[in-house]
Design a protein around this ligand. Structure first.
Ligand code: NAD
Ligand code: UFG
Length: 339
């Protein structure tokens, strides 16, 4: 069976993808510097699957160190999760974001070329649709204008991959544009473990529910949506992880660049998320309505038809599953991986 290198594989999406790949019979190698994750996640991946994961602690930007991973293993495909992802922080520290996110990409592509590895899947984002395109987003829309450096790194990296594939006809690239991953593995053993104050909605909701934070502020209730709060395409992280397995199956037998939206196609509002979380878990989430957050779009959701047609992938989990599994992870691990 093929061996897959997960760059940034100890993180939230990478750890869930590792489980699904191992369960599907793939061998998994993880390379991560734990900038936003913990080695404990890798131990738990092994516990859930009963399989071994080869782990390299390294900075992917360091192309020479990364070369050792390629030299020591026969790698069939790479999945590139290794990036910094906090939108607000990227506005304050743009150079750090460009350096980390773009250099990791270049370092991986250089080593792939040097060692003859021809397949790579990249964690892109719905953010590349920018402000101009109209929902639901389809893959052939032009990349838009982003509101922050994080988003621009994704736009730039998509361009880098397209140029690399133009130059090397044997290269196979899948750009996966994730919508809003939430939820956790049903075991409650792995999940999202943000450092510091969460930027994203679901970790904030769960941390309020568990008593780590006082109160959720809902950013704006005067948007042109059905209840005035922003709508997003929330996707269960296990569905998302399964999309990567489908993309690996696909990439191993195709060349060129393909782009897929990974979302459910169904938008939910912030208020609906909070209400559903409270209902399915029987717990209160203190919240107040506050001002809009700069850069937020009123609506963001996918047309996910292409992934169904080409990859045979569609989401299976409901919003209730997402809220239940997020809470199951949070209440079993109130302080994340640092018990
Ligand atoms: P995460 O922070 O949990 O995982 C990223 C992993 O990459 C972490 O384990 C981190 O330690 C590692 N990493 C970062 N820089 C590194 C470097 N230089 N060398 C080695 N390891 C490094 O984030 P995630 O939510 O799992 O996201 C994975 C990818 O998906 C990211 O590229 C992110 O931008 C993208 N994405 C995430 C979302 C989301 O909402 N979670 C949405 C769209 C796209
Ligand atoms: N929200 C709140 N209160 C909070 C946090 C979030 O009301 O404390 C709201 C936001 O205003 C937004 C919704 O919840 O309306 C979702 O916000 P997130 O921060 O969870 O997610 P975003 O849609 O803003 O961002 C996500 C990813 C980014 C990616 C972007 C577009 O986190 O990486 O989708 O794809 F760039």
């Amino acid at each position: 069976m093929a061996t897959i290198l997960l760059a940034g594989g100890a993180g939230y999406i990478g750890s869930h993808t590792a489980v699904e790949l191992l369960d599907s019979g793939y061998d998994v190698i993880i390379a991560d510097n734990f900038a936003n994750s913990s080695p404990e996640a890798v131990r738990r991946i092994e516990k859930i699957t009963g399989k071994n994961v080869k782990l390299y602690e390294l900075d992917i930007k360091d192309a020479d160190k990364l070369a050792e991973v390629f030299a020591e293993n026969k790698i069939d495909a790479v999945i590139h999760f290794a990036g910094l992802k906090a939108v607000g922080e990227s506005v304050e520290k743009p150079v750090m974001y460009y350096r980390n996110n773009i250099d990791t990409t270049l370092s991986l592509l250089e080593n792939m070329s040097r060692f003859g590895v021809k397949n790579i899947i990249f964690s892109s984002s719905a953010t590349v649709y920018g402000e101009e395109n109209k929902v639901p987003y389809t893959e052939e829309m032009k990349r838009g204008v982003c509101t922050n450096p994080y988003g621009w790194t994704k736009v730039m990296m998509e361009q880098i991959f397209e140029d690399a594939a133009k130059a090397d006809k044997e290269l196979s690239v899948v750009l996966l544009r994730y919508f809003n991953p939430i939820g956790a593995h049903e075991s409650g053993m792995i999940g999202e473990d943000p450092q510091g104050i969460p930027n994203n909605l679901m970790p904030y909701v769960s941390q309020v529910a568990v008593g780590r934070r006082e109160c959720l502020t809902i950013f704006g209730n005067d948007y042109p949506t059905h209840d005035g709060t922003c709508t997003r395409d929330y996707i269960h992280v296990v569905d998302l992880a399964k999309g990567h397995v489908k993309a690996i199956d696909y990439i191993l037998s195709h060349n060129g660049v393909e782009i897929f939206n990974l979302g459910t196609g169904t938008p939910y509002s912030v208020t609906e998320i909070v209400d559903t979380f409270e209902k399915v878990n029987g717990i209160k989430v203190n919240h107040v309505y506050g001002a809009r957050r700069a850069g937020d779009l009123a609506e963001c959701y996918a047309n996910a038809d292409k992934a169904l047609k080409v990859l045979g992938w569609k989401t299976e989990k409901t919003l209730e599953d997402m809220c239940r599994d997020s809470w199951n992870w949070q209440k079993n691990n109130p302080n994340g991986y640092n018990k």
